[in-house]
Design a protein around this ligand. Structure first.
Ligand SMILES: Nc1ncnc2c1ncn2[C@@H]1O[C@H](COP(=O)(O)OP(=O)(O)O)[C@@H](O)[C@H]1O
Ligand SMILES: [Mg+2]
Length: 361
């Protein structure tokens, strides 16, 4: 089978502002019907990347292709309105003086009958078929958001660029609207590039996550892989709280109070960080000063004393001060268990869930 041509392909895209590289050699591609998420902290260059693809900003170097055809490089440049790209931003301002139908019809050309049919089709699709004659101010935030989606999709864009499109909505609405939006986008078969700084949103929506930091993509892959095979400690920390245990390597192993950990390829004397998420620390009871027996899966238990325990609903977050060095470790436990401060417990680290990285100073 011949390889499919990506709907959107960007190669080596870079952009400087005032001499500072804010987008630094970014490459990625998105297939039709696929959602790729640019995920990263505020200021890492996500919106700038989107603006270059939309054509409202021009890259200093690099190439943008749509269905294999160059739309912007060092020589050619297709103007934004001819790129067949749909846009949706956080402040998805609808036109206040136009009806819902007028808003959705805004970017459409063609006969009146065709336009009306397309508007009705999309409003039905987003569940607002009865609101054609309403004005934006008569709708809730979530409904307005769906009108904005219908408006962006009406001209059948080949690519949808969405910049934090859900961040203006309150939490309870958001999950439902994300799912609905995703269903509609897939039906339309557009390639979607979604920008967010929220890991949950990326995990929920993306087929592919491109994790960005300082203008670069540091890791790209399916949500499962980015979460479970992070490239470095910061990549772990972007998705959750982390605990770090530092150790020194001897013979590709590092000894710690939790037993030894493999450190393949790390030279003797080098330091490593063993990084573990709070939900992957196991807790057991103290039995007259002793903990559970060591196991190959969980290593050796180390004792700590509860400093703080916070009840979070479905789980509790417990902070321990460890006996061996006074360091603080955080563990997440199911909500049925909320230990009191001062209680001694034993902690173990799941070998299959920890990450060992060379330590940075
Ligand atoms: N027009 C501009 N002029 C100068 N600096 C800019 C401009 N637009 C963005 N920047 C800077 O570029 C960096 C990346 O911005 P942006 O792409 O908006 O990040 P993100 O969307 O990831 O929060 C930021 O440091 C921002 O201040
Ligand atoms: Mg932004």
């Amino acid at each position: 089978m011949p390889a499919q041509t990506p709907r959107l392909q960007i190669e080596h895209l870079s952009r400087r502002y005032d001499g500072r590289l804010v987008v630094d050699d970014i490459s990625l591609s998105v297939m039709p019907g696929q959602v790729t998420c640019l995920l990263g902290p505020s200021g890492c260059g996500k919106s700038t990347t989107l603006r270059m693809i939309a054509g409202v900003e021009t890259q200093d170097s690099g190439t943008i292709r749509v269905d294999g055809t160059v739309i912007c490089d060092g020589t050619a440049r297709v103007p934004p309105e001819e790129r067949q790209i749909g846009l949706m931003f956080q402040d998805f301002a609808l036109f206040p003086h136009l009806t819902v139908a007028g808003n959705v019809a805004f970017g459409l050309s063609g006969s009146k009958a065709e336009t009306q049919a397309r508007v009705q089709e999309l409003l039905d699709r987003v569940g607002l078929g009865h609101f054609t004659k309403s004005f934006p101010h008569e709708l809730s935030g979530g409904e307005q958001q769906r009108v904005a989606l219908a408006r962006a999709l009406a001209p059948r864009p080949r690519i949808m660029l969405m910049d934090e499109p859900f961040s203006g909505l309150d939490n309870r609405l958001r999950d439902g609207i994300r799912d609905e939006t995703l269903d509609i986008l897939r039906e339309e078969d557009a390639a979607v590039l979604l920008v967010t700084h929220e890991p949950d949103e990326a995990m929920r929506m993306a087929d592919d996550i491109a994790l960005m930091r300082g203008g670069r993509i540091v890791q790209q892959g399916a949500p499962y892989n980015v979460y479970n095979a992070p490239v470095d400690k910061d990549a772990v920390a972007f998705f959750s709280d982390v605990n770090t245990i530092r150790g020194t390597v001897r013979g590709a192993l590092t000894e710690t109070p939790f037993g030894h950990f493999l450190a393949p390829g790390v030279p003797d004397g080098a330091q490593v960080d063993i990084v573990i998420r709070p939900q992957h620390i196991k807790i057991d009871f103290d039995r007259a000063g002793r903990g559970p027996d060591p196991t190959p899966q969980d290593g050796t238990p180390a004792r700590g004393v509860v400093q703080r325990a916070r009840f979070m609903g479905s789980e509790s977050i417990v902070e321990f001060r460890m006996d061996h060095d006074g360091s603080i470790l955080k563990a997440t436990v199911p909500n049925v268990f909320l230990p009191s401060p001062g209680k001694a417990l034993w902690l173990m680290i799941r070998r299959d869930r920890c990450f060992v990285f060379p330590a940075r100073a």
